[in-house]
Ligand binder design. Structure first.
Ligand code: SAH
Length: 272
């Protein structure tokens, strides 16, 4: 928590940089829920679903400042200006971001702008998509028998990003890593080729989770060698890669096999 002063003038309000979690309102923190339900003004990203925004009081100004998929939305400096302007009017601002604000959420840029303006802020963490996706698959991202580290990364390369040169996968690939790949894109043939070229085994388990924790969540299992066979799924999607997925893949296969057998039994009993 910080207290802000600008040119000797006390600034009344404060900005809460709040993680809204992966989508399911039940996965909000109690603190996030309290801040949303008491908010005067909410500036939110596109990833925050209507079911969470509905928790705001009717009196709240609920403003989308999303800029998803490069669509012409609000620029980062406009977001910063809006936060600062609201605070200078004496309002507390809830800046609501999908997942955790500090994971691919431009949190650092907003903190820099608030610091520069002498505005007080507080970060409220949220459940990030990678953690939520692992829970949906029923896996542990670490496993002392086979997954010693978790790498949170993105496959998205925007011009000007520090990682604009193709991701250096070689430094990341180890048999005991779980990769959590945000914004994986759609070019899985290329991704598969890069991972294989960096030394990843073709049989390394992978899973894509689409819309984790919301009612139309879907997931599919694959391997690094067969990533290009994955169907196109609704965004947002996240890709997990690693031996930590072994048990979930086994379970999915056996559940599918069981369901198939049950369906066959039912059919044959109907035919009898
Ligand atoms: N701050 C967010 C991430 C923002 S970047 C967080 O901590 O989760 C946006 C990317 O996050 C999406 O492209 C996708 O890869 C991932 N993502 C966010 N919500 C998701 C969800 N419900 N299911 C799957 N992936 C999700």
């Amino acid at each position: 928590m910080k207290s802000g002063q600008q040119s000797g003038q006390p600034v009344a309000g404060k900005v809460y940089l709040v993680g809204a979690g992966p989508g399911d309102p039940d996965l909000l923190t109690v603190k996030a829920q309290r801040l949303i339900s008491g908010a005067a003004i909410i500036l939110h990203d596109d990833l925050v679903p209507p079911s969470i925004l509905a928790l705001a009081p009717p009196s709240a100004q609920v403003i989308s400042v999303g800029k998803r998929y490069g669509a012409k939305g609000t620029t980062q400096s406009e977001v910063n200006e809006r936060m600062i302007a609201a605070v200078q009017q004496g309002l507390d601002v809830v800046r609501l971001k999908g997942g955790d604000p500090g994971i691919f959420g431009r949190l650092a840029e907003e903190i820099d702008a608030l610091d520069a303006a002498g505005v007080a802020f507080e970060v409220v963490p949220g459940v990030t998509a990678g953690i939520a996706a692992a829970a949906s698959l029923g896996i542990s991202l670490t496993d002392r028998r086979k997954a010693a580290r978790v790498i949170v990364m993105t496959n998205h390369q925007a011009p000007g990003d520090a990682n604009a040169d193709a991701a250096d996968w070689r430094g990341l690939i180890r048999d005991d890593s779980t990769l959590v790949i945000y914004m994986p894109g759609h070019d899985f043939a290329n991704l598969s080729a890069q991972l294989l070229a960096a030394g990843c085994s073709a049989d390394m388990p992978a899973a894509i989770v689409s819309r984790a924790t919301v009612p139309d969540e879907r997931y599919r299992f694959s391997t690094v060698g067969a990533l290009d066979k994955l169907p196109l799924m609704n965004s947002p999607t996240i890709l997990l890669v690693g031996r930590s997925l072994d048990s979930a893949q086994f379970r999915a296969n056996s559940t599918a096999a069981r369901a198939f057998n049950e369906a066959e039994l039912l059919l044959s009993s109907l035919e009898a």
